[in-house]
Write a protein that binds this ligand. Structure first.
Ligand code: ARG
Length: 294
């Protein structure tokens, strides 16, 4: 039996899949998109971390980003593609938000805050040039890319309300064929799902119970076996322990979560911590600075 075509797909706009490109997923190494922090700073405040931030040390931020880049390429063995930094869009470094990427399709972010909207065409153009099918949300529906949509096994945990609209979730399914579990984010500090939940290899899932209501926690528990669930404390969550990059059996996150580090090591992961203090001032950490594209 073939499924009926999803009528929602008609409200999405997309370019046809270009031919002649080898997908990153066929190039032998995991591929991550990053953007050098040339113009990174905290220039406006669109989340509580930015509202409270002391001045950002941009020189230190560059050193911290380099350390993350090195951990990803040299220690975890991934290939990194670079987005060209541009002045006036300091949050472009947070490539996790650029798009949700699955099977050569990139569903481009449409930001709630006007401050980040100039990033949208920059990212759409990059994905188009690299041979992805580029999908764009309708103008009235906000969606903040892989910051708010994370693949776990065969499904997507997707956050809504603070930034992303729940209406984008069925469009995400229309664009990718992936089932989406919609999770309300109830805590302003954890305004994207990737700062409070992190799928890892082999079905593990790190999450911060406080970022979800009882109903959301029940959804997590109904989907992920208890033996694979890794809850973190509020202190660890505040150090962005859930904002981890997982490549193979390597997990990379901000420093300061030794209990979680031990737990992950006991589960067979190699754990690397990198000091990302300057990016925390903007409300992001290691995972936000990366996007898996192949
Ligand atoms: N300052 C950025 C914002 O508020 C930080 C984005 C962090 N990215 C993420 N994937 N959580 O939008």
């Amino acid at each position: 039996m073939s499924l009926p075509v999803n009528p929602l797909a008609e409200s999405l706009s997309f370019n046809p899949l270009p031919v002649g490109h080898t997908p990153f997923s066929d190039r032998g190494k995991p591929t991550i998109l990053m953007c050098p922090p040339t113009y990174f700073t905290v220039a406006y405040a669109i989340n509580p971390w930015m509202q409270e931030a002391p001045p950002c040390d941009e020189v230190l931020a560059k050193r911290q980003w380099d350390a993350l880049y090195q951990a990803i390429t040299e220690k975890a063995g991934a290939h990194v593609e670079l987005l060209t930094p541009e002045p006036g869009v300091p949050d472009l470094v947070f490539t996790a938000n650029a798009a949700f990427v699955h099977n050569q399709t990139a569903v481009i972010a449409h930001y709630k805050h006007p401050e980040r909207r100039p990033e949208e065409p920059i990212c759409a153009q990059w994905f188009e040039q690299k041979g992805f099918k580029v999908v764009q949300m309708p103008d009235h529906i906000f969606f903040e890319g892989a910051g708010d949509a994370l693949i776990w096994q065969d499904r997507v945990f997707a956050g809504y309300k603070t930034r992303t609209d729940i209406a984008s979730h069925s469009l995400l399914t229309a664009a990718t064929d992936l089932p989406v579990l919609s999770m309300e984010l109830i805590n302003d500090r954890y305004y994207h799902i990737d700062v409070c939940l992190c799928p890892l290899q082999d079905g593990h899932l790190i999450y911060s119970p406080d970022a979800f209501d009882e109903y959301g926690r029940a959804v997590i528990e109904a989907n992920v076996p208890a033996s694979k669930l890794i809850p973190v404390s509020p202190e660890e969550a505040a150090r962005f322990a859930c904002n981890a990059v997982n490549i193979g059996d390597t997990v990379i996150f901000n420093q300061g979560s030794s209990r979680l580090t031990d737990d992950l090591k006991a589960r067979g992961f190699q754990v690397l911590s990198v000091d990302l203090s300057e990016f925390l001032k903007a409300g992001g950490s290691s995972k936000c600075l990366t996007l898996r594209i192949g």
